[in-house]
Design a binder for this molecule. Structure first.
Ligand code: GDP
Length: 196
């Protein structure tokens, strides 16, 4: 697993808390419940790595994990969760926006979408914030085990077609944490970003 032996390093609540850049960062974003924690844990070969990000009080934070290679895995707060006060939602979207637009050490973004509900308006907002940076983005269409093979392939093609105007820096694949489908493909993309 590409994130083997990742160690929790720091949580931050606002842009001013960002640590000075110290290694290439790979960020993960997605709607809450899309399957982000499961995907991170699968790539870490470690059931509980992203669990820290789900503990009460940490779900609105950016959580950093240090990899063996010196790179950082950055778990952005899940968005789109309805049952939070408007001010909290604005603060946390502001934090994600700042990070995606301005973080110099960000090497690439892994955007997690439930393959049954891809490209929600908030997913589009994340893409709009990040893509102008010119850095690569890789979409994991998760929970692909919940679709028939035919439906999964159709979804993959449809999302690729919709994102094609953004250019070759945006890539898309199917993924299942349950069935471990697509793990090697995702690792290959991330390793490429890190020059591994
Ligand atoms: P997060 O909020 O984006 O971090 O989502 P989680 O990783 O906590 O997953 C949300 C729910 O979806 C949990 O009940 C998971 O067990 C389930 N889930 C996540 N990934 C998969 C998957 O690949 N297949 C299936 N069938 N369920 C999944």
């Amino acid at each position: 697993p590409i994130f083997r032996n990742a160690q929790f390093e720091i949580s931050i609540a606002k842009p001013s808390g960002l640590p000075p850049p110290s290694g290439a960062e790979i960020a993960f974003a997605g709607r809450s419940n899309a399957g982000k924690s499961s995907a991170i844990n699968t790539l870490a070969g470690h059931v509980r790595l992203a669990y820290v990000s789900k503990t009460p009080g940490r779900t609105q934070l950016i959580n950093f994990f240090r990899l063996n290679s010196g790179a950082l895995l950055v778990d952005l707060p899940g968005y789109g969760y309805a049952a939070v006060p408007e001010k909290v939602r604005r603060d946390w979207q502001g934090l994600i926006e700042h990070y995606l637009k301005h973080r110099e050490s960000l090497a690439g973004l892994v955007l997690i979408m439930d393959s049954r509900h891809p490209l929600t308006p908030l997913d589009r907002t994340m893409i709009d914030w990040f893509v102008p940076s010119g850095r690569p983005m890789h979409v994991l269409l998760t929970k692909s085990d919940k679709l028939s093979r035919g439906a999964a392939t159709a979804t993959l093609q449809d999302v690729r077609r919709q994102l094609a105007p953004l250019g070759p820096q945006v890539t898309v694949q199917l993924f299942s944490s349950l069935k471990k489908t697509g793990v090697e493909e995702a690792e290959h993309v991330i390793a490429g970003w890190l020059g591994l």
